[in-house]
Design a protein around this ligand. Structure first.
Ligand code: HSE
Length: 335
């Protein structure tokens, strides 16, 4: 393919927290690989932050406190939203899509609430909306469902969708640690949301379930369709009691569209269950399909590098689209 490889691809970041910094680390670790694969350099042009004086990682991009420096910069091809929360992320993403920029986001709350509308907006503006980083951290499950399983049909799924709660439950069960110590450690490791109530209430897992459900079954559901409970009610006494009977607590997300069972809640799994062996910050998904039967994935569900890597995968895919569009324009101009 003829490629105008003089121009780089430019990215603007909305937010520069755990995921944004993990993304920069991931890029710095394999810069030459990225340029080789794309055939042109990838440049992080600028990042939107609240406070430009806060200490950042080495190699941080130029910082700004004005969203317009990213959304209205014609040189920025791809807008990457890693700020989290519904607002102002929703308004920023809409604005970016309306301007025809490619958008990458890891924002599960936003996608659970507005995913179909934002996808339609991207289509109308002939651009792309990518969100692999929004579900199951480092496990590339959306691409697998959209591409790898496009000739098959998902019948049901069940999994561990939140790294923080799995980390807390594992430490409570394996080490006898109390809930608040385990939560503090999850926060220190960068696994928990800015407001950890989102993790421990089951809401984070419910958002991921909604996103995955739409991908798997091509059916529309909303957050309120999920029957949801979290892990806050669990204490050491209850865990010790169940442990004596060989039962392991896991926050399980489960969807069976044929009998409309869509739930997030604690299940006490027997030792032999494959999900019971998924420990710490790991996430897992067990999926049953019409043709392949039982499939199972596990991997890191949270953390800057794992989620940053998933976001980077989306950036690479959207950069390919930017370059293809550029080539097309280049060829048309040369006609
Ligand atoms: N707080 C989330 C979790 C981060 O613990 O799974 C990744 O989505």
């Amino acid at each position: 393919m003829l490629r105008n490889n003089k121009a780089d691809v430019r990215v603007g970041l909305l937010g520069f927290g755990i995921v944004g910094q993990g993304l920069i680390q991931g890029i710095n670790m394999q810069m030459s690989n990225i340029s080789r694969r794309l055939g042109t350099p990838l440049k992080i042009q600028r990042a939107l932050v609240q406070d430009t004086n806060k200490k950042r990682i080495i190699g941080a991009p130029e910082l700004t406190t004005y969203a317009c420096d990213i959304l209205e910069d014609p040189d920025i091809d791809i807008v990457v939203e890693v700020m989290g929360g519904e607002q102002p992320a929703y308004g920023y993403i809409k604005q970016a899509l309306e301007q025809g920029k490619q958008v990458v986001t890891a924002n599960k709350l936003l996608l659970a609430r507005h995913g179909p509308e934002l996808k339609a907006l991207a289509r109308r503006n002939q651009t792309g909306l990518f969100y692999e980083g929004s579900v199951l951290g480092g496990i590339p499950i959306l691409r697998t469902i959209q591409r790898g399983l496009c000739g098959d049909r998902v019948e049901e799924f069940k999994g561990i969708f939140n790294g923080t709660t799995n980390f807390i439950l594992s430490r409570m069960y394996e080490l006898g640690e109390d809930y608040s110590t385990a939560l503090r450690l999850a926060q220190a490791a960068g696994y928990a949301e800015a407001n950890p109530a989102m993790d421990v209430s089951g809401l984070d897992a419910a958002c991921k379930l909604v996103i995955l459900y739409r991908e798997c079954f091509d059916l529309e559901i909303q957050l309120q369709d999920v029957t949801m409970s979290g892990i806050k009610h669990l204490d050491q006494r209850q865990i010790a009691l169940q442990k004596r009977q060989g039962r392991i607590p896991k926050l399980i997300a489960c969807a069976k569209p044929q009998n409309s069972e869509i739930t997030v809640g604690v299940e006490w799994l027997p030792d032999g269950d494959s999900l019971s062996q998924v420990s710490g910050v790991q996430n897992a998904l067990s999926l049953r399909t019409l043709l392949a039967g039982e499939l199972f994935w596990s991997g890191p569900g949270a953390g800057g590098l794992a989620t940053g890597g998933a976001v980077l995968g989306d950036i690479m895919e959207s950069a390919e689209r930017v370059l293809t569009e550029r080539d097309r324009g280049f060829l048309q101009a040369g006609r």
